[in-house]
Design a protein around this ligand. Sequence first.
Ligand code: COI
Length: 332
Amino acid sequence: MKIIAYGIRDDEKPYLDKWSEENPDVEVASTGELLDESTVDQAKGADGVVTYQQKPYTAAVLDKLGSFGIKFLSLRNVGVDNIDVDAAKRNGIQVTNVPAYSPEAIAEFTVTQLMRLLRRTNTFDRKQANGDLRWAPDIADELNQMTVGVFATGRIGRAAMRIYKGFGAKVIAYDIYHNPELEKEGVYVDTPEELYAQSDVISLHAPATKENEHMINDKTIAQMKDGVFLLNPARGALVDTDALIRGLDSGKIGGAAIDTYEDEVGIFNTDFGSFDKIPDERLKGLMKRENVLVSPHIAFYTKRAVRNMVYFAMDANKSLIKTGKSDKLVKL
Ligand code: COI
């Protein structure tokens, strides 16, 4: 049995090598290159493919895998929004993801960024760098006095809720699907509008779908409280960036932490050598604002998460090849 793993980074390699040692019945090939039309031929002869990338898995790539008789594609991440679903189905390709490599990693980072916004650490860091050690006017808000609205109560949303509650915040939530435990606690509001109207902080934890693209837009921002804090560690596509900028300009949005950005592919996780060379003026404009924290999709990036992404994806791929089954199968 042979599995080829694409896009293997230096930080993933030791985990892949260890998995390989522990699974001597599997021949493991790996490459640092991403899976696209120029690299797909490397998969010829493999029984399964393991990947992680944010760039699209195109119809051409999936057709090629199909023509090699490869039916199993295991992603090392949660999001499956970059797969051409029709092409995967047409080729009978089964896809697994890693739904829970560490929901806590993302939740902890999200709350960290919120605390930085509330305590104005960006502003104090910049002031201190200029020798200004005064307090005023950068007085903070306290999370324990606030209502946090969690949009989507999957594993990550629920992990974030536990932390917000630990800080003493009032936590409410919106989701089409109600988690039975949370339902008992009565945290759910019935509509996104209610969530927006009641929350001092909006914490987004929804996957990207066709339906929720730009769900945060001029109209929904207008429904939010004045001075709302917006957190998006989920997917860039959820937020209309131009509307976010207008909201920040008007003061309607008091601060934002974006770990995801709608045009991040090819930009995040790249070294451009200097700030000026980052090829996205809109993003740079956001990065320059003191009440905006931009981070390059790093909420997930912990040792535990990376280890689990490699192990769970390799396990799932092996299981599909061996048995045709996996508990991580994605319903396409
Ligand atoms: C995902 O797992 O879908 C993420 O968003 C994290 C990714 C950048 C590895």
